[in-house]
Design a protein around this ligand. Structure first.
Ligand SMILES: [Zn+2]
Length: 245
């Protein structure tokens, strides 16, 4: 671990990528892991754009407990340590595959959400936007949110299966990854694009790669350092970077 601290201290532009593995500590199911919601629900269907248009109630009845309950979820040590490292100037940005808003809740400012975000919700008919809170209050009353201007269907700005990725977020993620002289993968198995290719932008520019994940990734061979246990990794960082003194 001291080797990682040294890399972090030497780095000038450190970027973290976070995947579903970091949210499981907050009790949020990993969509593809052993305790993944695939075991309980059909995630392929919940987040499928054609299903959403055909039956939005199906999505909203499930998203009530998956997405629109952020008040009930608390960030964990990983989210807090990353926010602290950003505050202290060691981390420039967090690129995340997660849609649970927990990095923001923990205090991270520069968060790039490559699978979109429920913090904004858009009327599919007229384009009017609604906040997370506005939409959540309707969903939690077991109603499908409709636009107050035109009665159009409202959809969170999450990227569903069958939809184009958010171009602006991807461009920002690629730009940050290219600038990163230290790229740290946490809780992602790098199986899903675009996350899978982001570390390569850093490597191409001679960036160093560190991977912290409990399962193998396709880029392990390129990693300068490799750790399995996220909790141990972040507990060590927490004890070494303390800005409350
Ligand atoms: Zn509308």
């Amino acid at each position: 671990m001291d080797r990682f601290i040294k890399l972090l201290a030497e780095s000038r532009h450190c970027v973290f990528l976070s995947g579903a593995g970091i949210s499981t500590l907050s009790g949020i199911p990993d969509f593809r892991g052993n305790n993944g919601i695939y075991r309980k629900f059909d995630a392929d269907r919940i987040f499928d754009i054609d299903y959403f248009h055909a039956d939005p109630g199906y999505f909203y009845s499930h998203s009530k407990d998956l997405i629109y309950n952020v008040d009930e979820k608390e960030p964990n040590i990983i989210h807090y340590v990353l926010a602290r490292l950003e505050r202290m100037g060691f981390v420039k940005s967090v690129i995340t595959q997660n849609i649970d808003l927990l990095h923001q809740k923990a205090g991270s400012k520069n968060v790039i959400e490559i699978h979109g975000s429920p913090k904004e919700n858009t009327c599919l008919s007229c384009g009017k936007t609604f906040s997370y809170e506005q939409t959540a209050s309707i969903v939690r009353a077991d109603r499908v949110p409709e636009c107050d201007e035109c009665s159009g269907l409202i959809k969170p700005n999450i990227t569903f299966f069958g939809e184009m990725l958010d171009r602006e977020a991807i461009m920002k993620a690629v730009d940050e990854s290219s600038r990163a002289d230290l790229f740290v993968v946490t809780g992602s198995s790098l199986m899903v694009h675009p996350a899978a290719s982001l570390p390569l932008y850093s490597i191409r520019n001679r960036g160093r790669l560190v991977i912290v994940n409990n399962r193998p990734t396709p880029l392990d061979q390129y990693a300068n350092l490799r750790y399995d246990d996220l909790e141990v990794f972040f507990e060590y960082l927490e004890s070494n970077f303390n800005d409350t003194k």
